[in-house]
Design a protein around this ligand. Structure first.
Ligand code: HEC
Ligand code: HEC
Length: 434
C-alpha cells in the first residue's frame, strides 16, 4: 500500500528518539541541512504532547506578522480545514491585504498522500504501471511533507509573512503555550531557533495526523460502507453514475471503492489538466502574462522545463467537497452543481464556460496557452465535441451532487438502523475504482 507514508515516517522518527542516549541536547548539530526526522530534542516528545502543541500553534493568530492570521483562518475546522468563506483566494501578508493565487485546500484525508514522485507505481494490486506524477503537498506537489508545507505559509509574504524562522520562534517563545512547548521539546529549546523551528513544524505535522480532527471517516458514505446506513435512490444513482466509465467516469481519478480494507480517499493522488476557465477574481490574473501552470510553474520551479506537465494540478479528495464554496485550484467555480456540470459541458457546450474573443469565437481553455493544450485530459467524460450530447444529463448532475453530499463528515443517522454484522469480505461494497 502506498499508504501511511508520513505517519510511518513520524513513527520511525519517534522510535529513533526513544533509543536511549539518542535524545541529547545537541544545539550545535541542529543544522538546517540535517535530515528533518534526525532532529534531536533535549526531551523526547510524545505524540500526544506534540499534538497539543500543534493544535495551539494551528489556532494562534499571533504567529503571523499581521497578528491576525492563523493556519485556522484559512483552514477552518468547520469547513473540513479549508476556507469557510466564498473567496477564490484569501488575503494575507503583513497588511492582510495581499491576495493569494490559489484556492485553499482542505487538510482532511491527506494522511496517506505520498511524497511527490514523477513515476507513481501503485504497489498494491498486480498492475505495476507507471502512472506518472503523483503526490506531494499543495496543488502542484511542491512541498514533500506536511512539515515542509508548514514552512511555506509561515514564511510566505502572501500569507503569514514572517521574515525568517527565528521570527516565528520568537513569537512562539512569547505565546501563552511557550511553557507547553518547553515541556514538550526541552527547557532550552528556544535557545536554538533552528531546533525550535523544527519543533514548530513537527508539532504542526503531528497535529495534522490526529484522526478525530483530520480523518474521522464519519460521512454517510462511510456509514453505508459499514452497513450502518442506506443511500437514497438519488444518492445511489449518483454513485453509479460516478463510477460508470460511460458516464461520469469520476472514479478514474477519484476512486470510490474499498481497497484492501482501506476506505477510499476519492483521489488517486495523481495530476491532470482539466482546463478550468481563468478566474478574473484573482488579482494576479489582471496581468495576462501571469498563468498558473501547476506542475510546471511558476510557483513550482523544479519542473519548469517539462512542458508535458504544464496545466496539470493534483486531483483533490472529494471528501467534504460539499462544504466548499469555491472549486478547482483557482476557485473559478462557486457551486458544486457547476463544478460537476463543467465535466459535462467543457467540450460539448464550451460557450457556457469560456469567454468570446472580439471576433465572436470562443476562447476555449483561456487559462492554458495553446502550446500546452495537448496536455489536457481527453478521456471520458472529456471525449466529446461541441454539439454532442453531454456525458451527463441534468438529472445525472443532480444525482452526482446528491451523492457527493454523502461524503461530508459528521453524519448522524436520523433513526437508529439495525446494525448488520460486518460482512466477511471487506470488499463486498467496493465500488469499482479504475
Ligand atoms: C492565507 C491563507 C492560508 C494560511 C494562513 C495557511 N494556508 Fe495552508 N494553504 C493555503 C492555500 C492557498 C493552499 C494551496 C497552496 C498551493 O497550492 O500553492 C494551502 C495548502 C496547504 C497544505 C497542502 C494541503 C495538501 O493537500 O496538499 C497544507 C498541509 C497547509 N496548507 C497547511 C497550513 C498550515 C500548517 C498553516 C499554518 C502554519 C497554513 N496552511 C496556513 C492557504 C493558507
Ligand atoms: C482525469 C482525472 C479526473 C476525472 C476523470 C475527474 N476528475 Fe474531478 N478533479 C480532477 C482534478 C485534477 C481536479 C483539480 C483540477 C484543477 O483545479 O485544475 C479535480 C477537481 C474536482 C472538483 C473540485 C474539488 C475542489 O476541491 O475544488 C470536483 C467537485 C470534482 N473534481 C468532481 C469530479 C466529478 C463529479 C467527476 C466525474 C464527473 C470528476 N471529478 C472526474 C481530476 C479528475
Amino acid at each position: 500500500m502506498p499508504l501511511r507514508v508520513t505517519v510511518t515516517a513520524i513513527a520511525v522518527w519517534l522510535v529513533a528518539l526513544a533509543v536511549p542516549g539518542a535524545a541529547v541536547a545537541r544545539a550545535a548539530s541542529s543544522d538546517a541541512r540535517e535530515p528533518f526526522y534526525a532532529t534531536h530534542f533535549e526531551r523526547t516528545p510524545s505524540a500526544a504532547a506534540m499534538t497539543a502543541v500543534g493544535r495551539a500553534l494551528f489556532f494562534d493568530r499571533s504567529l503571523s506578522a499581521s497578528g491576525r492570521l492563523a493556519c485556522a483562518t484559512c483552514h477552518d475546522p468547520g469547513a473540513a480545514f479549508a476556507a469557510a468563506n466564498a473567496l477564490a483566494v484569501q488575503r494575507g501578508g503583513r497588511s492582510t491585504r495581499v491576495a493569494g493565487v490559489r484556492a485553499v485546500m482542505s487538510l482532511r484525508y491527506s494522511q496517506n498522500l505520498p511524497p511527490f514522485t514523477e513515476h507513481y507505481v501503485e504497489d498494491e494490486g498486480n498492475d505495476s504501471v507507471d502512472q506518472g506524477p503523483a503526490g506531494g503537498r499543495t496543488w502542484d506537489g511542491r512541498a514533500q511533507s506536511a512539515h515542509d508545507q508548514a514552512r511555506l505559509p509561515l514564511l510566505s509574504p502572501l500569507e503569514m509573512g514572517n521574515p525568517d524562522a527565528a521570527a516565528v520562534v520568537a513569537r512562539v517563545a512569547r505565546s501563552r503555550y511557550a511553557g507547553l512547548f518547553r515541556a514538550t521539546f526541552g527547557e532550552h529549546v528556544f535557545a536554538d531557533p533552528v531546533l525550535a523551528f523544527n519543533g514548530v513544524l513537527i508539532a504542526l505535522e503531528t497535529f495534522q495526523q490526529s484522526p478525530a480532527d483530520f480523518y474521522p471517516y464519519s460521512s454517510k458514505y462511510d456509514a453505508w460502507l459499514r452497513h450502518q446506513a442506506s443511500l437514497s435512490l438519488e444518492e445511489a444513482r449518483g454513485l453509479k453514475t460516478f463510477n460508470d466509465p460511460a458516464k461520469g467516469n469520476c472514479a478514474r481519478c477519484h476512486p470510490s471503492g474499498v481497497r484492501q480494507g482501506a476506505f477510499p480517499q476519492f483521489t488517486d493522488f495523481g495530476y491532470a489538466a482539466l482546463g478550468v476557465p481563468r478566474n478574473a477574481a484573482i488579482p494576479a490574473n489582471a496581468d495576462h502574462r501571469y498563468v498558473d501552470l501547476g506542475l510546471c510553474g511558476p510557483l513550482r520551479t523544479d519542473l519548469k522545463d517539462q512542458k508535458e506537465y504544464c496545466g496539470l494540478f493534483r486531483t483533490p479528495s472529494l471528501r467534504n467537497v460539499a462544504l466548499r464554496r469555491v472549486f478547482f485550484h483557482n476557485g473559478a467555480v462557486h457551486r458544486l452543481q457547476d463544478a460537476v456540470r463543467f465535466y459535462a459541458e467543457r467540450d460539448t457546450r464550451p460557450q457556457n464556460w469560456y469567454p468570446r474573443a472580439a471576433d465572436g469565437t470562443i476562447r476555449k481553455f483561456d487559462d492554458l496557452p495553446p502550446e500546452y493544450q495537448g496536455n489536457l485530459d481527453r478521456e471520458a467524460p472529456f471525449d466529446r465535441h461541441p454539439g454532442d450530447p453531454p456525458a451527463l444529463s441534468n438529472g445525472d448532475i443532480e444525482d452526482l451532487v446528491a451523492f457527493l453530499r454523502t461524503l461530508t463528515d459528521g453524519y448522524r443517522p436520523r433513526a437508529l438502523i439495525k446494525p448488520t454484522p460486518p460482512s466477511t469480505g471487506s470488499n463486498s461494497r467496493s465500488a469499482s475504482a479504475r
